[in-house]
Design a protein around this ligand. Structure first.
Ligand code: TXA
Ligand code: MG
Length: 326
């Protein structure tokens, strides 16, 4: 049953609006928070009632833990056990699009529900200046999953958050369109064991070169491999059926192109990056899927995306968006 009654306001990150955001967070409420990856639905990570509200607002299964956002390594060290390698990664990539999963400290004040009862905690220091300011002034970790209903497409603008959760939160801080547009890379670092849990804009080669050890990729079928509960779920999914590696599209399909669109396509075309730039394609991906989903087409046909660099993260998301078995 829906018992929310808000009409969310989109507010620029002016000082009085940041004050209001902090007041809502301190009172156990939730706000829409801009980050450089995607927008988050943010609450006090140490307040179990506030976190329970996040799970309810998103309709998120409670076995799927949240990322707690910190201002930097110093704050993170109060909550997680950072091995030498974990510290190296934090120093190299924070603030930025890397989430590090580490063992929880015995005195970790982040609530159990945010960690879904696991012995580990996911921490990230975002780079977006509004997020940085809010976390620093709040002085405690802020849990923020992507600000979408569980399973749907992550929001990359304030108006996307309004469309997803407008009736369920009070305010959304408008930090513009997300620069990266895909969720952070998630890596588990337990001692000197490094495991990639979710692809993102920080690639596996970069991680390995900073960590100085081999980076494993999470194996969903090996019960001993560290995993991200969220990766077991269907996700990033438009309502319209998705067809991958499409060379062209029929009249009743919408075509999402990468590079030059094929001249044979006669339906509606949405361009991810006319010049074939993967970073630009990542930034446009979710907005393109949202737009395509509104057209009432029979299917969304998506051009092949090269599996290099951030292309691996794009293909990971598209795979989940299109696979009805997940
Ligand atoms: O870019 C991002 O990471 C965005 C912005 C808002 O920071 N947040 C985000 O949160 O994508 P969410 O909740 O949509 O995805 C978090 C992922 C999930 O797949 C979850 O299972 C995983 O991180 N995760 C969180 N805590 C974990 C833990 N202790 N162990 C393994 N995976 C964890
Ligand atoms: Mg998400």
């Amino acid at each position: 049953m829906d018992y929310w009654h808000f009409v969310a306001k989109i507010l620029s990150p002016y000082p009085e609006n940041i004050d209001l955001a902090l007041e809502i967070l301190r009172g156990g409420g939730s706000i829409g928070l801009p980050t450089e990856t995607v927008y988050g639905l943010a609450s006090d990570a140490t307040n179990a009632t506030a976190i329970a509200n996040i799970f309810a607002v998103k309709n998120r299964p409670q076995f799927n833990p949240l990322i707690s956002h910190v201002s930097g390594l110093e704050m993170a060290l109060e909550y997680g056990v950072f091995s030498e390698i974990a510290q190296k990664l934090a120093k190299a990539f924070w603030p930025g699009p890397l989430t590090i999963v580490v063992p929880r400290r015995a005195d970790c004040a982040i609530c159990d529900l945010a960690c879904a009862g696991l012995e580990t905690v996911a921490l990230r220091a975002p780079k977006h200046p509004a997020a940085q300011e809010i976390i620093t002034r709040f002085g405690k970790p802020i849990a923020a999953p992507s600000a979408n209903i569980s399973g749907s497409i992550s929001p990359t603008s304030a108006s996307d958050v309004l469309a997803e959760l407008g009736g369920k939160i009070e305010i959304i801080i408008d930090g513009g369109n997300c620069e990266i547009g895909l969720e952070s890379t998630v890596v588990a670092v337990i001692g000197d064991e490094v495991t990639l849990l979710r692809h993102g804009s920080v690639g596996i080669e970069e991680l390995a070169s900073v960590a100085g050890v081999e980076v494993n990729i999470a194996n969903l079928h090996d019960e001993n491999s560290p995993k991200s509960p969220g990766m077991m779920l269907r996700h990033y999914a438009p309502k319209t059926q998705v067809r991958l590696d499409a060379a062209s599209a029929s009249e009743d399909e919408v075509f999402i192109s990468f590079g030059t669109a094929p001249p044979t396509s006669i339906g509606k075309i949405i361009h991810l990056s006319p010049s074939g730039n993967l970073t630009e394609a990542a930034a446009n991906l979710y907005a393109a899927l949202r737009e395509a989903d509104k057209l009432g087409a029979k299917a969304i046909a998506i051009a092949p995306i090269p599996n290099i660099g951030i292309g691996a993260a794009i293909n990971d998301r598209l795979g989940r968006a299109s696979d009805p078995a997940i």
